[in-house]
Design a protein around this ligand. Structure first.
Ligand SMILES: O=C(O)c1ccccc1N[C@@H]1O[C@H](COP(=O)(O)O)[C@@H](O)[C@H]1O
Length: 216
């Protein structure tokens, strides 16, 4: 079964088209949260108009109004990259949006704690933490940083989970072999600058992720 791919932090129609045509399974848009790739809901909604694959609005600690706006805009998924509690994740899941809960991890204990969310979220996304010394209000993701994948080894992982953080066309095959991730997620690793994707990098990333025959 090939690994699924999420291309995240899209801001341009041509990149959306490239990613979809190259076989991306999820397209991600950073919505109403601190980021160099930030879009409004309306801007992101315009980009997903003709998209046939899963569409993900990535945000953090959203208000009920923002969740409603994301649902009304037609996204299939909301990715929660903030400090949402288990109860809040469950509440957002009741809106009918599929929920991806992103959890920054750098230890086995944090991986174990993150899996608590699997009762409420449809998918857990393991990501790297922001750089050491970053201000408290720094963007919660999209830093191009990897975490030590070996902290996932032997962990009781949820059935649906994704690997993010510092993935690139050069390391994605190694990452899948190492972790057997069912889904891989990339933002900065296929860009020339934040939000500006490189068509060749998108194509190579997806081809390398999908050519591997992973278990399960
Ligand atoms: O990409 C951003 O700017 C961003 C901002 C706020 C929350 C999440 C964000 N991106 C997510 O970060 C991961 C990993 O990114 P990278 O490949 O290491 O650059 C990815 O899931 C994006 O969805």
């Amino acid at each position: 079964m090939p690994t699924q791919v999420k291309i995240c932090g899209l801001t341009r129609a041509e990149d959306v088209e490239t990613a979809q045509a190259a076989g991306a399974d999820f397209l991600g848009f950073i919505v109403e949260v601190k980021s160099a790739r930030r879009l409004s809901v309306a801007q992101a909604a315009a980009l997903i108009k003709d998209v046939k694959v899963n569409t993900v609005a990535v945000t953090g600690d959203p208000s009920d109004q923002l969740v409603a706006d994301i649902k009304a805009a037609g996204f299939s998924h909301i990715q929660l990259h903030g400090f949402e509690t288990l109860a809040r994740v469950a509440e957002i899941a009741r809106t009918g949006l599929s929920v991806i809960k992103a959890v920054p991890v750098d230890s086995r204990d944090e991986v174990a704690l993150a899996t608590d969310y699997s009762g409420a979220a449809d998918l857990i996304l393991f990501d790297a933490k922001p750089p050491k010394g970053a201000p408290k209000d720094a963007p919660r993701g999209g830093h191009g940083l990897r975490f030590d994948w070996s902290i996932l080894t032997g962990a009781a992982l949820p059935k649906q989970w994704a690997l993010a953080g510092g993935l690139t066309p050069d390391n994605v095959a190694q990452a899948i072999r190492h972790t057997n991730a069912p889904i891989v997620d990339v933002a900065s690793g296929v860009e020339t600058s934040p939000g500006i994707k490189d068509a060749a990098l998108i194509k190579v990333f997806i081809a390398r992720a999908k050519e591997l025959d992973r278990n399960g």
